[in-house]
Design a binder for this molecule. Structure first.
Ligand code: 3H9
Length: 704
C-alpha cells in the first residue's frame, strides 16, 4: 500500500479503512491508490460483513488536494471510478466522519452507503470558492440525497453546515459522539445484526418538483449576473443533468465542466489566493523555536470609530478589553456605538440578546491609563497626528507592564518613530486595522526595525484568533496597501482633469470588478480625509512637488465638498445615492485650464483601467523589491482582503502575470511618453524590468 497513507485491517468481521494524510487528509494520487488497494483487501476478506471508512488526525477528508489541480494532466476520473466502486460494493460501507467533510471528502462520504458524524462535524462543498464545481460525482449525489434546492444552495455558496443540519437535510444518517473508529464500528455492528441492505446513492431518483424547477431557474438567473464566476453556471448545468439524465451521464457532464473550469483564469486566481492566504503567516527567517507571548487581556486607547471597532474584534473572540478615553462623554459615546453595532447584528438574527450582553460585559471603560497596566496587549487608536501619537506611546511605554506588547494603529505615520517614543521599541508593532475594523478581514502587521521576533509572532497569532487575515508589512509611507492606493487615486484625479467623468471612471472600475469605484470610495471615506493626507504628504516631502498632484481632491475640500457627509464631493448626494454633478466637470475644467492641461473626449475604458491599475501594480513590484512585502501573494491578499480588489483576478501581482510583464512595462513606458513622466510616475520598477527581460513571472518571485 502506497506510503501507508491508507491502511486496511479487519476486526471482528468488520473491515477498517483508515486514511492518514496530514494535515487535512486531502485526496492525492497516493490516497486514491491506497484506497484502491484497501478495497482490494476488503474484497478478498470474505469474513468481513461491512466496511468502515474513517480518517486519522484533526479531520475527515477536507477535499481533493488543491495543489494537484495545477498539474496539466490532473483528472477527476480516477477518484470518481473509485467512488463508483465503493457505491457498487455488495457489502455495506459506512463513512465515520469527524472535523470537516468537504468537497471530495463529502463526495467520498456520499459514495458510502451510510454516513455518521459527531455533532461538531462540518460538511460542505466549497469548490465554488476555488472557481470550480464538485468534480467527483458531488453534483449528482447531493441532489439525490438532499434534494435540488439544498444541493444548489450548498454547492453554489460553498457554505458549511453542521451535522444536525446535514442530518435534517438527508446528507448524513446518524449523529453520534465518540472517536470515528468506535462510532463506525458500533454502527456497523448494528447494521450487521439487522442484516441491513446496501443503499446506493446512485440509484436514487432526483425529485423534479416545482421547488426544484424554481431553484434551478433562480440559480441560473444569479449565475447570468456573475459572468466573472463561470462555476455558477456550470453548477446549474451539472445539477440540471442530475435531474434529467441517468447518474453516469450526469457524471460525465460534471467531469467536462470541471475540466473546463480548472483551466479558467478565475479558478487559477482563486486557487492562488487560497494558498496565498495561508502563506501569509510564514515569516521568512523566523525560527520555529520562537514562542509567542500570552494574550489574555487587551487595552485600547481611543474609543472612537476605530478603537470601538477594534475592541469588538477582541470581545467577539472572548478576550476582555479595557477601553481608555480622555473624557467620560467620549467613552460613553464610544461604548454606546459598540452596543448599537451589536444590537444591529442581533436585529438581523446574527447574535442573540444574551451574546450581545456577554460581549458588552467584556468591555470595560476607563479614563485612567493605569488601568492598562495589567493588559498583555495595548493598542493605541487615537487621532492620526504624530505628536499626539508620540505622547500616547510615551505614556504607554511607562504604564504597560514588562512584556506587554504595545501596538499602534497608525495608517500613515512612521512606526519606528512611535516605537522609539515608547522607550521600549522591542515591544512595539504596528497593527493597521481597516475601517470598519470589526468587519474588514485585512490586518497589516507592521514590523518595525526593532520589533522583537516573539512580538511579531504573537501579533500574527492574535490576528488569526480574532478572525483577521494578517499580512506583514515593513515600514514605509502607507505600508503595502495605502502606498499602492496612492498612484491609483493620483490617476483618478488626473483623468478627471483630462476630461473623464467620475461616473465614467467608477463604471469602468466597477466593471473591472472593484467593489466600489474610486470616486465613490473617496466620497464615502471623506474628501476631507483624503485632502488632509495629501496636504500632509506634501508638507513632509513624501510626494513629488507636482502642483497638479491630487489637485481635484484638494479643490473639492477647499470648496467644502467633503463627500457623502456634506452631501457633495465627487458626486452630489440624494440621501446616500450618488448623483452625477455637472459642477464637478466645471471644477475640473477650471483646474485643467489653470494648470495648462488639455481636456479631451477620447478617454477609453481601456485607458481608465490601465491608468489606474498599472501604476498600482508597478508600485507593488517596487514594494517587493524593497522588501516591504515578503511575497507577491502577500500583496494580493492585502488587495483582495482589504481593498475590494476582485478575487477572480487573483490580486495585483497575479494580474501582472496575466497581463504579461513585457506588456506591462511597455504600457507604462507608453503612458510615460504620452502623458509625460517629469515626476517618474510611469517609470517601471527595476524589478519589473529585469523580470520582463528574463521572461520570468512576478508571482514566482522570491527575494534572493
Ligand atoms: C475538491 O475537493 C474537488 C473535488 O470535488 C474533486 C477532486 C477530488 N488541498 O486552512 P488551514 C492545507 S476541491 C491541499 O490553515 P484550518 C492548507 O494549505 C477542495 N491542501 O487550516 C494548510 O497548509 P499549510 C475542496 C489543503 O484548520 C493546511 O492544510 N475543499 C487543503 O484553518 C491547513 O489548512 C476545500 O476547498 C486541500 N483541499 O482549516 C477545503 N485544505 O499548513 C479547503 C487544506 O502548509 N480547506 N489544506 O499552510 C479548508 O477550508 C480549510 O483548510 C479547513 C481547515 C476548514 C479544512
Amino acid at each position: 500500500m502506497s506510503k501507508n497513507v491508507v491502511t486496511y485491517q479487519s476486526r471482528n468481521r468488520i473491515g477498517l479503512l483508515l486514511i492518514s494524510n496530514p494535515p487535512v487528509n486531502a485526496i492525492s494520487p497516493a490516497v486514491i491508490t491506497g484506497l484502491q488497494e484497501g478495497l482490494d483487501a476488503f474484497d478478498a476478506d470474505r469474513e468481513a460483513k461491512a466496511l468502515v471508512l474513517y480518517c486519522e488526525g484533526r479531520t475527515f477528508v477536507a477535499g481533493g488536494d488543491i495543489a494537484s489541480f495545477e498539474s496539466p494532466d490532473f483528472d477527476t476520473r480516477p477518484f470518481s471510478s473509485l467512488l463508483t466502486r465503493l457505491d457498487a460494493s455488495p457489502r455495506p460501507v459506512l463513512a465515520a466522519l469527524h472535523g470537516t467533510a468537504l468537497g471530495g471528502g463529502l463526495e467520498l462520504a456520499m459514495a458510502c452507503h451510510y454516513r455518521l458524524a459527531p455533532p461538531d462535524t462540518r460538511l460542505g462543498m466549497p469548490e465554488v470558492k476555488l472557481g470550480l464545481l464538485p468534480g467527483s460525482q458531488g453534483t449528482q449525489r447531493l441532489p439525490r440525497l438532499a434534494g435540488v434546492p439544498l444541493a444548489l444552495d450548498l454547492i453554489s455558496t460553498g457554505r458549511f453546515i453542521f451535522a444536525q443540519d446535514a442530518l435534517a437535510g438527508g446528507v448524513i444518517d446518524e449523529i453520534g459522539e465518540g472517536e470515528p473508529a468506535a462510532l463506525g464500528i458500533a454502527a456497523a455492528e448494528r447494521l450487521i445484526a439487522a442484516n441491513a441492505p446496501v443503499r446506493r446513492t446512485s440509484v436514487l431518483k432526483v425529485n423534479a418538483d416545482d421547488a426544484t424547477i424554481r431553484a434551478l431557474a433562480e440559480a441560473s438567473d444569479k449565475a447570468a449576473k456573475k459572468p466573472a464566476y463561470p462555476a455558477l453556471a456550470s453548477i446549474v448545468r451539472a445539477i440540471e443533468a442530475a435531474v434529467k439524465l441517468p447518474f453516469h451521464e450526469g457524471e460525465e457532464v460534471e467531469a467536462r465542466e470541471f475540466d473546463r473550469l480548472r483551466l479558467t483564469s478565475t479558478s487559477r486566481a482563486l486557487r492562488h489566493l487560497f494558498f496565498a492566504e495561508r502563506a501569509v503567516t510564514r515569516i521568512p527567517g523566523m525560527s520555529p523555536e520562537v514562542r509567542s507571548r500570552e494574550i489574555c487581556s487587551v487595552g485600547i486607547v481611543g474609543a472612537g470609530t476605530m478603537g470601538g471597532g477594534i475592541a469588538m474584534n477582541f470581545a467577539n473572540a472572548g478576550i476582555p478589553v479595557t477601553l481608555v478615553e480622555s473624557s467620560d462623554q467620549a467613552l460613553k459615546r464610544g461604548l454606546s456605538v459598540v452596543r448599537k453595532n451589536y444590537e444591529a447584528s442581533a436585529a438581523k438574527g446574527k447574535l442573540t440578546a444574551a451574546q450581545v450582553e456577554k460581549r458588552m460585559a467584556l468591555l470595560n471603560g476607563s479614563l485612567d491609563y493605569t488601568s492598562l497596566s495589567g493588559c498583555d496587549l495595548v493598542i493605541e487608536a487615537v487621532f492620526e497626528n504624530l505628536q499626539i501619537k508620540k505622547d500616547v506611546c510615551a505614556r504607554l511605554g511607562r504604564v504597560c507592564k514588562p512584556g506587554a506588547i504595545i501596538a499602534t494603529n497608525t495608517s500613515t505615520l512612521d512606526v519606528n518613530v512611535l516605537a522609539d517614543a515608547t522607550g521600549r521599541p522591542l515591544d512595539v508593532v504596528g497593527l493597521h486595522f481597516f475601517s470598519p475594523a470589526n468587519v474588514m478581514r485585512l490586518l497589516e502587521v507592521v514590523r518595525g526595525a526593532n520589533t522583537a521576533e516573539d512580538v511579531l509572532v504573537t501579533a500574527m497569532q492574535i490576528a488569526r484568533r480574532i478572525g483577521k487575515v494578517p499580512v506583514v508589512s515593513g515600514v514605509c509611507y502607507g505600508f503595502i496597501g495605502n502606498r499602492m492606493f496612492d498612484p491609483y487615486l493620483r490617476e483618478m484625479d488626473y483623468l478627471l482633469l483630462e476630461g473623464a467623468q467620475p461616473q465614467q471612471i467608477d463604471r469602468v472600475i466597477e466593471a473591472f470588478g472593484m467593489a466600489m469605484g474610486p470616486c465613490r470610495v473617496s466620497d464615502l471615506s471623506g474628501v476631507d480625509i483624503g485632502a488632509k493626507v495629501v496636504t500632509e504628504a506634501f508638507e513632509a516631502g513624501q510626494v513629488p512637488s507636482d502642483p497638479t498632484y491630487r489637485a481635484v481632491v484638494r479643490k473639492l475640500f477647499e470648496l467644502g465638498r467633503h463627500g457623502q457627509k456634506t452631501g457633495a464631493g465627487y458626486y452630489r448626494y440624494d440621501g446616500r445615492t450618488p448623483v452625477p454633478d455637472p459642477a464637478v466637470a466645471a471644477i475640473c475644467a477650471d483646474l485643467a485650464c489653470e494648470h495648462g492641461i488639455a481636456q479631451r473626449s477620447d478617454i477609453t475604458d481601456e485607458e481608465i483601467v490601465q491608468r489606474l491599475m498599472y501604476p498600482l501594480i508597478n508600485e507593488g513590484i517596487q514594494i517587493l523589491r524593497e522588501g516591504i512585502a515578503y511575497r507577491p501573494g502577500d500583496i494580493d491578499v492585502v488587495w483582495t482582503a482589504g481593498y475590494g480588489f476582485p478575487d477572480h483576478r487573483g490580486g495585483p501581482m497575479f494580474m501582472a502575470d496575466q497581463i504579461g510583464l513585457v506588456e506591462l512595462e511597455r504600457t507604462l513606458e507608453h503612458y510615460g511618453r504620452v502623458r509625460g513622466n517629469r515626476f517618474g510616475y510611469w517609470t517601471p520598477s527595476n524589478l519589473l524590468k529585469s523580470l520582463a527581460a528574463s521572461g520570468q513571472r512576478i508571482s514566482a518571485w522570491t527575494k534572493g
